[in-house]
Design a protein around this ligand. Structure first.
Ligand SMILES: NC(=O)c1ccc[n+]([C@@H]2O[C@H](COP(=O)([O-])OP(=O)(O)OC[C@H]3O[C@@H](n4cnc5c(N)ncnc54)[C@H](O)[C@@H]3O)[C@@H](O)[C@H]2O)c1
Ligand SMILES: [Zn+2]
Length: 336
């Protein structure tokens, strides 16, 4: 399955079982006559890097897995390797891994020599359905997550659903949190599919889930590449979710935090859907509440640098398959 994304640059997202065994078939034209550097984390390196580097004769840079590595120190180490390997403007970076790898390798590509090409090879569900598509790249700094970044679209996204077979169940569930979001904001059939599967049998139907999520993301980023309006719909559950991540000192993973965020917003602003959202979340062992009060979460949101002025915008899904952006005075947000 090929999904073409037409943004400031145009590229394909290819979703195909086993494609990692034949990288040149899909991405050969981006690899001819240029050096490639694979950037990955230690876990994905063990699992998949050899297989790919052998086919395309690329060097591999490996960093320690986890959000804690998505920082300026890892970025600096990447720049050092790019310099050492003499990676020029005509060469290419390959981001092989989850969203952490995709975000930091993409940001390195966006900034090295004022921008070189890169390819995304996402290996987590979250990266396959969300972070590898749409061109947002970033690193975290002590003041907050993703505060330093750039829009930089990849040349191609190679998505092999087989890689999900090695993914721990809790990380798979985390990606399902985002898939539930896509269903709620855009596609009742997708939501219904997720709401009738569970963590033990969803992999059987995962190719269709990935395809549908990528199509939805494609539609939204084509309409609003730089998040001036419609792309904000993708932030359903995210304002609260980010606050949950922060309050938990990032021990609650992103997709789980988004599940909590979607549940809290729905409970307040679309109570008729609360049970639907809750029961779907629970099928994947995702949380719907955390140990933090709404006022603790609001205090964190109030500090968020990205929040403009006295108002807050948030997303509400009142009917499964459609969502709206709402704005209200921050003081009234989530209040009785
Ligand atoms: N750019 C965007 O649009 C966007 C969107 C959503 C999230 N994000 C970012 O994505 C990041 C989260 O991504 P993530 O959830 O993929 O986390 P991640 O990259 O940390 O991966 C999670 C864990 O899974 C391991 N892993 C990856 N692939 C594996 C495989 N096939 N088998 C076994 N283990 C594997 C990794 O080593 C890691 O330990 C966050 O930093 C978030 O900010 C970015
Ligand atoms: Zn997200």
């Amino acid at each position: 399955m090929t999904i073409n994304v037409k943004t400031s640059s145009t590229y394909d997202v290819i979703i195909e079982r086993g494609l990692l065994n034949d990288i040149n078939k899909y991405a050969g034209k981006f690899l001819e006559n240029r050096k490639a550097l694979i950037i990955t984390d230690d876990i994905v390196n063990e699992l998949y890097a050899d297989k790919i580097s052998k086919q395309i004769n690329a060097d591999v840079f490996v960093f320690e897995n986890g959000e804690k590595s998505k920082n300026i120190e890892t970025l600096s180490a990447i720049y050092t390797v790019l310099a050492k390997e003499n990676i020029t403007r005509k060469d290419i970076i390959i981001a092989l891994g989850g969203g952490v790898v995709g975000d930091i390798a993409g940001y390195a590509a966006a900034t090295w020599l004022r921008g070189i090409d890169y390819i995304q090879i996402p290996t987590t569900l979250l990266a396959q359905i969300d972070s590898s598509v749409g061109g947002k790249t970033a690193i975290d700094i002590p003041a907050g997550k993703n505060l330093v970044g750039a829009f930089k679209q990849p040349k191609i996204v190679l998505c092999d659903p087989e890689t999900l077979n090695t993914l721990p169940k809790n990380i798979l569930a985390d990606g399902i949190g985002e898939a539930i979001k896509y269903g709620l904001i855009r596609d009742k059939n997708l939501f219904d599919l997720l709401a009738t599967h569970n963590l033990d049998n969803i992999l059987t139907d995962i190719d269709g889930v990935i395809t549908r999520c990528v199509e939805i993301k494609r539609d939204i980023v084509e309409a609003d590449e730089f998040e001036k309006g419609e792309r904000m719909l993708l932030n359903f559950g995210h304002t609260l979710g980010h606050a949950v991540e922060k309050c938990s000192n990032f021990t609650i993973a992103h997709g789980s935090a988004v599940a909590i965020g979607m549940y809290l917003i729905t409970k307040k602003y679309a109570p008729n859907l609360t049970e639907h959202v809750q029961s779907c979340i629970l099928r994947y062992n995702l949380p719907f509440t955390a140990d933090f009060s709404v006022s603790e979460l609001l205090a964190v949101i109030a500090l968020d640098k990205k929040r403009a002025g006295a108002n807050i915008s948030y997303i509400v899904c009142e009917e499964i398959g459609s969502a709206q952006i709402r704005t209200e005075i921050f003081e009234n947000f989530l209040q009785e």
